[in-house]
Ligand binder design. Sequence first.
Ligand code: PBG
Length: 330
Amino acid sequence: MIAIRPRRLRRSDVVRSLVREHRVHVDQLVAPLFVAERAQDTGPIASMPGIERLSLPGAVTESRELFALGVKCVLLFGIPAHKDAQASSNYDPQGIVPSTIRAIKEALPEMVVAADLCNCEYTDHGHCGILDARGDVDNDATVALLARTAAVYAQADVDVVAPSDMMDGRVGAIRSALDERGSQNVAIMAYSAKYASAFYGPFREAAGATPQFGDRRSYQMDPPNVREAMREIALDVEEGADIVMVKPGLPYLDVVRAARENFDVPVAVYNVSGEYAMLKAAIANGWLDGDRAVDEVLASFVRAGADIVITYFAKEFALRRRSERAQHRG
Ligand code: PBG
Protein backbone atom coordinates (compact mmCIF):
# COMPACT_ATOMS: atom_id res chain seq x y z
CA MET A 1 0.00 0.00 0.00
CA ILE A 2 1.45 3.34 -0.98
CA ALA A 3 1.06 6.22 1.42
CA ILE A 4 -1.29 8.94 0.17
CA ARG A 5 0.11 12.30 1.18
CA PRO A 6 -2.15 15.22 0.20
CA ARG A 7 0.22 17.53 2.09
CA ARG A 8 2.69 17.18 -0.77
CA LEU A 9 0.63 19.71 -2.74
CA ARG A 10 0.48 22.17 0.13
CA ARG A 11 4.21 22.57 0.59
CA SER A 12 4.77 26.01 -0.89
CA ASP A 13 2.93 29.06 -2.13
CA VAL A 14 3.72 28.19 -5.70
CA VAL A 15 2.48 24.60 -5.43
CA ARG A 16 -0.67 25.71 -3.62
CA SER A 17 -1.32 28.25 -6.31
CA LEU A 18 -0.80 25.62 -9.01
CA VAL A 19 -3.52 23.36 -7.63
CA ARG A 20 -5.88 26.09 -6.45
CA GLU A 21 -9.45 25.31 -7.51
CA HIS A 22 -11.00 28.77 -7.40
CA ARG A 23 -9.71 32.29 -7.80
CA VAL A 24 -11.36 35.62 -7.18
CA HIS A 25 -10.89 37.97 -10.12
CA VAL A 26 -11.18 41.71 -9.69
CA ASP A 27 -13.30 41.81 -12.85
CA GLN A 28 -16.06 39.75 -11.25
CA LEU A 29 -16.51 42.26 -8.42
CA VAL A 30 -19.17 44.96 -8.34
CA ALA A 31 -18.78 48.00 -6.08
CA PRO A 32 -21.96 49.48 -4.58
CA LEU A 33 -21.94 53.31 -4.46
CA PHE A 34 -24.20 55.53 -2.38
CA VAL A 35 -24.86 58.87 -4.05
CA ALA A 36 -26.54 61.71 -2.15
CA GLU A 37 -28.33 64.58 -3.81
CA ARG A 38 -27.71 67.05 -0.94
CA ALA A 39 -24.27 67.98 0.37
CA GLN A 40 -25.41 67.56 3.97
CA ASP A 41 -26.15 63.86 3.32
CA THR A 42 -22.63 63.04 2.09
CA GLY A 43 -19.85 61.70 4.30
CA PRO A 44 -18.74 58.60 6.18
CA ILE A 45 -21.14 55.86 7.32
CA ALA A 46 -20.42 55.02 10.97
CA SER A 47 -21.28 51.31 10.74
CA MET A 48 -19.39 50.81 7.45
CA PRO A 49 -15.83 52.07 7.99
CA GLY A 50 -14.20 53.01 4.68
CA ILE A 51 -17.52 53.53 2.84
CA GLU A 52 -19.01 56.96 2.22
CA ARG A 53 -22.12 58.59 0.93
CA LEU A 54 -20.76 60.39 -2.13
CA SER A 55 -21.77 63.51 -3.99
CA LEU A 56 -22.42 63.18 -7.72
CA PRO A 57 -18.91 64.41 -8.67
CA GLY A 58 -17.54 62.17 -5.89
CA ALA A 59 -19.25 59.16 -7.49
CA VAL A 60 -17.61 59.97 -10.83
CA THR A 61 -14.17 60.24 -9.18
CA GLU A 62 -14.74 56.99 -7.30
CA SER A 63 -15.82 55.27 -10.52
CA ARG A 64 -12.64 56.44 -12.28
CA GLU A 65 -10.50 55.04 -9.46
CA LEU A 66 -12.38 51.76 -9.45
CA PHE A 67 -12.16 51.42 -13.23
CA ALA A 68 -8.41 52.04 -13.14
CA LEU A 69 -8.12 49.30 -10.50
CA GLY A 70 -10.06 46.86 -12.67
CA VAL A 71 -13.43 47.07 -10.89
CA LYS A 72 -15.51 47.92 -13.93
CA CYS A 73 -19.03 47.67 -12.60
CA VAL A 74 -20.71 49.90 -10.02
CA LEU A 75 -24.16 49.49 -8.47
CA LEU A 76 -25.78 52.83 -7.68
CA PHE A 77 -28.03 53.67 -4.74
CA GLY A 78 -29.57 57.14 -4.57
CA ILE A 79 -30.19 59.23 -1.48
CA PRO A 80 -32.70 61.81 -2.72
CA ALA A 81 -33.42 65.25 -1.30
CA HIS A 82 -37.15 64.64 -1.41
CA LYS A 83 -39.25 61.66 -0.27
CA ASP A 84 -43.00 61.18 -0.64
CA ALA A 85 -45.67 58.48 -0.64
CA GLN A 86 -45.34 57.95 -4.42
CA ALA A 87 -41.50 57.78 -4.51
CA SER A 88 -41.71 60.50 -7.18
CA SER A 89 -38.05 61.55 -7.00
CA ASN A 90 -37.17 58.03 -8.21
CA TYR A 91 -38.61 58.48 -11.70
CA ASP A 92 -37.66 62.14 -12.05
CA PRO A 93 -35.27 62.23 -15.04
CA GLN A 94 -33.28 64.93 -13.19
CA GLY A 95 -33.17 62.79 -10.02
CA ILE A 96 -29.94 61.79 -8.36
CA VAL A 97 -29.62 58.32 -9.91
CA PRO A 98 -30.36 59.26 -13.54
CA SER A 99 -28.02 62.26 -13.20
CA THR A 100 -25.25 60.07 -11.78
CA ILE A 101 -25.74 57.45 -14.49
CA ARG A 102 -25.33 60.12 -17.19
CA ALA A 103 -22.25 61.59 -15.53
CA ILE A 104 -20.47 58.24 -15.10
CA LYS A 105 -21.31 57.04 -18.61
CA GLU A 106 -20.04 60.31 -20.05
CA ALA A 107 -16.78 60.10 -18.11
CA LEU A 108 -16.30 56.35 -18.54
CA PRO A 109 -18.31 54.94 -21.43
CA GLU A 110 -16.97 51.43 -20.83
CA MET A 111 -17.92 51.29 -17.17
CA VAL A 112 -20.87 48.97 -16.60
CA VAL A 113 -23.29 51.12 -14.66
CA ALA A 114 -25.92 49.19 -12.74
CA ALA A 115 -28.65 50.86 -10.71
CA ASP A 116 -30.51 49.36 -7.81
CA LEU A 117 -34.20 49.65 -8.63
CA CYS A 118 -36.35 50.04 -5.55
CA ASN A 119 -38.53 52.62 -3.84
CA CYS A 120 -37.45 52.37 -0.21
CA GLU A 121 -34.96 55.26 -0.42
CA TYR A 122 -37.63 57.44 -2.06
CA THR A 123 -40.78 56.80 -0.01
CA ASP A 124 -41.45 58.85 3.11
CA HIS A 125 -42.56 55.66 4.94
CA GLY A 126 -39.44 53.71 3.90
CA HIS A 127 -41.22 50.68 2.42
CA CYS A 128 -40.17 49.32 -0.95
CA GLY A 129 -43.47 50.11 -2.60
CA ILE A 130 -46.68 52.08 -2.70
CA LEU A 131 -49.06 51.49 0.19
CA ASP A 132 -52.72 50.61 -0.23
CA ALA A 133 -55.53 51.95 1.99
CA ARG A 134 -54.72 49.33 4.66
CA GLY A 135 -51.03 50.22 4.78
CA ASP A 136 -49.91 47.07 2.91
CA VAL A 137 -47.46 47.31 0.04
CA ASP A 138 -49.58 47.23 -3.12
CA ASN A 139 -47.82 44.79 -5.43
CA ASP A 140 -49.18 45.82 -8.79
CA ALA A 141 -49.10 49.58 -8.20
CA THR A 142 -45.46 49.19 -7.13
CA VAL A 143 -44.59 47.13 -10.20
CA ALA A 144 -46.00 49.88 -12.44
CA LEU A 145 -43.77 52.46 -10.72
CA LEU A 146 -40.70 50.24 -11.01
CA ALA A 147 -41.31 49.82 -14.74
CA ARG A 148 -41.62 53.59 -15.09
CA THR A 149 -38.42 54.18 -13.10
CA ALA A 150 -36.52 51.54 -15.10
CA ALA A 151 -37.45 53.40 -18.30
CA VAL A 152 -36.09 56.66 -16.81
CA TYR A 153 -32.81 54.98 -15.83
CA ALA A 154 -32.59 53.46 -19.31
CA GLN A 155 -33.07 56.89 -20.85
CA ALA A 156 -30.09 58.05 -18.77
CA ASP A 157 -28.02 55.24 -20.37
CA VAL A 158 -27.90 52.70 -17.56
CA ASP A 159 -26.45 49.31 -18.53
CA VAL A 160 -28.16 47.16 -15.90
CA VAL A 161 -31.21 47.65 -13.69
CA ALA A 162 -31.31 45.63 -10.50
CA PRO A 163 -34.82 45.37 -9.02
CA SER A 164 -34.49 44.73 -5.27
CA ASP A 165 -38.09 45.17 -4.18
CA MET A 166 -39.28 41.52 -4.29
CA MET A 167 -42.67 42.37 -5.81
CA ASP A 168 -44.25 39.57 -7.85
CA GLY A 169 -44.12 39.96 -11.61
CA ARG A 170 -41.76 42.91 -11.66
CA VAL A 171 -39.11 41.42 -13.92
CA GLY A 172 -41.59 40.80 -16.74
CA ALA A 173 -43.12 44.25 -16.36
CA ILE A 174 -39.70 45.94 -16.37
CA ARG A 175 -38.58 43.92 -19.41
CA SER A 176 -41.69 44.94 -21.36
CA ALA A 177 -41.36 48.60 -20.36
CA LEU A 178 -37.72 48.63 -21.47
CA ASP A 179 -38.38 46.82 -24.75
CA GLU A 180 -41.33 49.06 -25.66
CA ARG A 181 -39.04 52.08 -25.40
CA GLY A 182 -36.23 50.59 -27.45
CA SER A 183 -34.05 49.81 -24.43
CA GLN A 184 -33.67 46.15 -25.29
CA ASN A 185 -29.94 46.29 -24.47
CA VAL A 186 -30.50 47.19 -20.83
CA ALA A 187 -29.95 44.04 -18.79
CA ILE A 188 -31.91 43.00 -15.71
CA MET A 189 -30.00 41.70 -12.70
CA ALA A 190 -32.84 40.52 -10.48
CA TYR A 191 -32.54 40.31 -6.73
CA SER A 192 -34.39 37.00 -7.10
CA ALA A 193 -33.75 35.37 -3.75
CA LYS A 194 -33.65 38.30 -1.39
CA TYR A 195 -34.25 37.40 2.22
CA ALA A 196 -35.80 39.48 5.01
CA SER A 197 -32.44 39.77 6.74
CA ALA A 198 -31.02 41.47 9.82
CA PHE A 199 -27.82 41.97 7.82
CA TYR A 200 -29.19 45.02 5.96
CA GLY A 201 -29.03 47.13 9.13
CA PRO A 202 -26.00 49.28 8.22
CA PHE A 203 -27.35 49.82 4.68
CA ARG A 204 -30.52 51.29 6.07
CA GLU A 205 -28.46 53.80 8.02
CA ALA A 206 -26.37 54.49 4.91
CA ALA A 207 -29.33 54.97 2.58
CA GLY A 208 -31.82 56.36 5.07
CA ALA A 209 -34.26 53.61 4.10
CA THR A 210 -35.60 52.14 7.32
CA PRO A 211 -39.33 51.35 7.25
CA GLN A 212 -41.15 53.78 9.56
CA PHE A 213 -43.50 50.99 10.67
CA GLY A 214 -43.58 47.21 10.31
CA ASP A 215 -40.86 45.31 8.45
CA ARG A 216 -40.21 43.80 5.02
CA ARG A 217 -41.27 40.25 5.81
CA SER A 218 -44.42 40.39 3.68
CA TYR A 219 -42.31 40.80 0.54
CA GLN A 220 -38.76 39.61 1.25
CA MET A 221 -38.16 35.88 1.72
CA ASP A 222 -38.25 33.93 4.96
CA PRO A 223 -34.63 33.03 5.86
CA PRO A 224 -35.06 29.26 6.38
CA ASN A 225 -36.42 28.65 2.83
CA VAL A 226 -34.39 27.36 -0.08
CA ARG A 227 -36.94 25.60 -2.33
CA GLU A 228 -38.83 28.88 -2.44
CA ALA A 229 -35.64 30.60 -3.61
CA MET A 230 -35.44 28.20 -6.57
CA ARG A 231 -39.05 29.04 -7.40
CA GLU A 232 -38.37 32.79 -7.25
CA ILE A 233 -35.31 32.37 -9.48
CA ALA A 234 -37.24 30.23 -11.98
CA LEU A 235 -39.96 32.89 -12.20
CA ASP A 236 -37.43 35.68 -12.75
CA VAL A 237 -35.61 33.70 -15.44
CA GLU A 238 -38.93 33.00 -17.18
CA GLU A 239 -39.81 36.69 -17.01
CA GLY A 240 -36.53 37.66 -18.64
CA ALA A 241 -33.91 38.19 -15.92
CA ASP A 242 -30.42 38.13 -17.43
CA ILE A 243 -28.64 37.67 -14.10
CA VAL A 244 -30.13 36.33 -10.86
CA MET A 245 -28.97 37.25 -7.40
CA VAL A 246 -28.89 35.72 -3.95
CA LYS A 247 -28.78 38.14 -1.04
CA PRO A 248 -27.30 38.26 1.63
CA GLY A 249 -24.19 36.19 0.90
CA LEU A 250 -22.48 34.50 3.83
CA PRO A 251 -25.55 33.11 5.61
CA TYR A 252 -26.94 31.89 2.24
CA LEU A 253 -24.02 30.14 0.53
CA ASP A 254 -26.13 26.99 0.22
CA VAL A 255 -28.67 29.02 -1.78
CA VAL A 256 -25.89 30.28 -4.07
CA ARG A 257 -24.77 26.69 -4.61
CA ALA A 258 -28.34 25.53 -5.32
CA ALA A 259 -28.85 28.42 -7.76
CA ARG A 260 -25.61 27.49 -9.53
CA GLU A 261 -26.65 23.86 -9.88
CA ASN A 262 -30.22 24.50 -11.00
CA PHE A 263 -29.81 27.39 -13.45
CA ASP A 264 -27.51 28.27 -16.31
CA VAL A 265 -27.82 32.05 -16.09
CA PRO A 266 -25.09 34.07 -14.36
CA VAL A 267 -25.50 34.03 -10.59
CA ALA A 268 -24.62 37.08 -8.49
CA VAL A 269 -24.27 37.19 -4.74
CA TYR A 270 -24.58 40.32 -2.60
CA ASN A 271 -22.10 40.45 0.29
CA VAL A 272 -24.29 42.94 2.18
CA SER A 273 -23.65 45.82 4.56
CA GLY A 274 -24.02 43.78 7.77
CA GLU A 275 -21.49 41.22 6.56
CA TYR A 276 -19.09 44.06 5.82
CA ALA A 277 -19.79 45.72 9.18
CA MET A 278 -19.21 42.59 11.24
CA LEU A 279 -15.90 41.82 9.56
CA LYS A 280 -14.72 45.43 9.79
CA ALA A 281 -15.64 45.59 13.47
CA ALA A 282 -13.72 42.41 14.29
CA ILE A 283 -10.75 43.55 12.20
CA ALA A 284 -10.72 46.97 13.92
CA ASN A 285 -10.60 45.19 17.28
CA GLY A 286 -7.63 43.14 16.16
CA TRP A 287 -9.70 39.96 16.46
CA LEU A 288 -9.25 38.92 12.84
CA ASP A 289 -6.49 39.28 10.27
CA GLY A 290 -8.28 41.57 7.82
CA ASP A 291 -6.63 40.62 4.55
CA ARG A 292 -6.92 36.91 5.14
CA ALA A 293 -10.51 37.13 6.37
CA VAL A 294 -11.58 39.18 3.34
CA ASP A 295 -9.83 36.82 0.92
CA GLU A 296 -11.48 33.84 2.57
CA VAL A 297 -14.95 35.39 2.46
CA LEU A 298 -14.67 36.43 -1.20
CA ALA A 299 -13.34 32.98 -2.11
CA SER A 300 -16.33 31.38 -0.37
CA PHE A 301 -18.70 33.11 -2.79
CA VAL A 302 -16.79 31.96 -5.83
CA ARG A 303 -16.47 28.43 -4.44
CA ALA A 304 -20.22 28.35 -3.79
CA GLY A 305 -20.72 29.09 -7.48
CA ALA A 306 -21.23 32.83 -7.83
CA ASP A 307 -20.06 34.45 -11.07
CA ILE A 308 -20.52 38.00 -9.80
CA VAL A 309 -19.77 39.24 -6.27
CA ILE A 310 -21.26 42.56 -5.17
CA THR A 311 -19.15 43.72 -2.25
CA TYR A 312 -18.12 46.79 -0.27
CA PHE A 313 -14.65 45.18 -0.16
CA ALA A 314 -14.23 45.58 -3.94
CA LYS A 315 -11.94 48.59 -3.83
CA GLU A 316 -9.68 47.47 -0.99
CA PHE A 317 -9.36 44.02 -2.56
CA ALA A 318 -8.43 45.55 -5.93
CA LEU A 319 -5.93 47.91 -4.27
CA ARG A 320 -4.28 44.99 -2.51
CA ARG A 321 -4.14 43.01 -5.76
CA ARG A 322 -2.41 45.95 -7.43
CA SER A 323 0.22 46.28 -4.72
CA GLU A 324 0.86 42.51 -4.80
CA ARG A 325 1.46 42.74 -8.53
CA ALA A 326 3.83 45.68 -8.00
CA GLN A 327 5.75 43.66 -5.41
CA HIS A 328 6.12 40.75 -7.84
CA ARG A 329 7.59 43.02 -10.45
CA GLY A 330 9.82 44.95 -8.05
C1 PBG B 1 -33.31 48.19 -1.22
C2 PBG B 1 -32.05 47.47 -0.89
C3 PBG B 1 -31.56 47.06 0.36
C4 PBG B 1 -30.28 46.55 0.12
C5 PBG B 1 -30.05 46.63 -1.24
N1 PBG B 1 -31.17 47.17 -1.85
C6 PBG B 1 -32.13 47.20 1.71
C7 PBG B 1 -33.34 46.48 2.11
O1 PBG B 1 -33.95 45.72 1.36
O2 PBG B 1 -33.75 46.70 3.25
C8 PBG B 1 -29.33 46.06 1.16
C9 PBG B 1 -27.88 46.18 0.81
C10 PBG B 1 -26.95 45.99 1.94
O3 PBG B 1 -27.34 45.71 3.09
O4 PBG B 1 -25.75 46.11 1.69
N2 PBG B 1 -34.48 47.51 -1.08
